[in-house]
Design a protein around this ligand. Structure first.
Ligand code: BTN
Length: 318
């Protein structure tokens, strides 16, 4: 009901009488009043003027489904949203939903994560109401070994959305760090649920520092607020990310990976550099020469051997 009230208020740029709203939404005046109080408690600025009615003056910077869904022009991504104030991690909830058969494109968001997961077993710092912490469940027609392509789709889409929403030039450090001016703005964590030759679903988790103050950021990190010297709308940016992700995902499904790889090559800062890659078992050094059509990195060692690298921690040597 609260979503319907918001929709109704948003459609009219003027006062709407309580009578009109309760008739239209088929709810008693008293129940309407209670819902409006609840919306105000959630941070909506709703003005009530006797004899005139109600008017929506402002919305809070929260990732409420109603905020994300409003003017979200996607076909399937974000059509179903699970919202949490606090969670250990959105990854585990998304994975459970995936196992239970949730629709393709289901999104899980949290305002705060107590055990945010980063890559390689690290923790992802997820302060309340400051960032975007989201996990997207996708059911692609892709073989499990091509799943890294979806991480590239997400990285490219996040950079496009940031550019569109803020004008900032975000770049990709292989495999999935989002950087601005060489400082980490965000990262992507992809978890795969698959059988030998069949992908059941993929959970793509992305975390972005948005309205974090400079002094509260971890070393080497940045936020949109630090870069813009101004706050940004988290819901607005998330909507753009969902749209660009859907566009790139559908393009990949229909036309193959060529364009995604081209966009990734244009937006990355790893290729052409000497890199050191540490994984659980080994450390490799060489030149990052290209990205392969399955999303793996091609590394040429000093002896000239080219290896395909699936994952690891990358340091740019020069
Ligand atoms: C990285 O290490 O760079 C990847 C970070 C991924 C963080 C996001 S935040 C939303 C989702 N939930 C998590 O616990 N992790 C991912």
């Amino acid at each position: 009901m609260q979503d319907s009230i918001l929709d109704f208020l948003r459609k009219k740029d003027e006062y709407v009488s309580g009578e009109e709203m309760s008739e239209h939404l088929n709810v008693s005046r008293q129940a309407l009043w209670k819902h409006i109080q609840a919306l105000k408690d959630s941070g909506y600025d709703i003005e009530g003027v006797p004899h005139l009615g109600y008017r929506l003056k402002g919305s809070p910077d929260r990732l409420f489904p109603a905020e994300i869904s409003h003017h979200l022009h996607t076909k399937f991504i974000g059509k179903k949203i699970y919202y949490f104030d606090t969670l250990p991690t959105t990854m585990d909830v998304a994975s459970e939903l995936g196992v239970k058969g949730c629709p393709n494109g289901t999104l899980v968001v949290a305002e705060f994560q107590t055990k945010g997961k980063g890559r390689l077993g690290r923790e992802w710092f997820s302060p309340k109401h400051k960032g975007i912490y989201a996990s997207l469940i996708l059911r692609p027609e892709l073989a499990p070994n091509s799943a890294p392509l979806l991480t590239l789709v997400c990285a490219v889409s996040i950079c496009e959305a940031i550019k569109e929403a803020t004008g900032l030039d975000a770049r990709i450090k292989w495999p999935n760090d989002i950087l601005i001016h060489n400082k980490k703005l965000g990262g992507i964590l992809t978890e795969l649920n698959a059988e030998t030759d069949r992908t059941n679903f993929v959970v793509i988790g992305f975390g972005l520092n948005i309205n974090n103050d400079k002094r509260s950021l971890l070393a080497g990190a940045t936020s949109i607020k630090e870069q813009l010297r101004d706050e940004a709308s988290r819901a607005g940016l998330l909507k753009k990310i969902l749209l660009t992700t859907e566009e790139n995902y559908l393009y990949l499904a229909d036309h193959g990976p060529a364009l995604i790889l081209e966009k990734w090559r244009a937006g990355n800062i790893t290729l052409g550099r000497r890199v050191r890659i540490s994984s659980r078992h080994r450390i490799l050094e060489g030149e990052a020469i290209d990205i392969d059509s399955d999303g793996t990195l091609l590394l040429r060692s000093d002896s000239g051997i080219v290896q395909k690298i699936l994952s690891g921690d990358v340091v740019h040597c020069r």
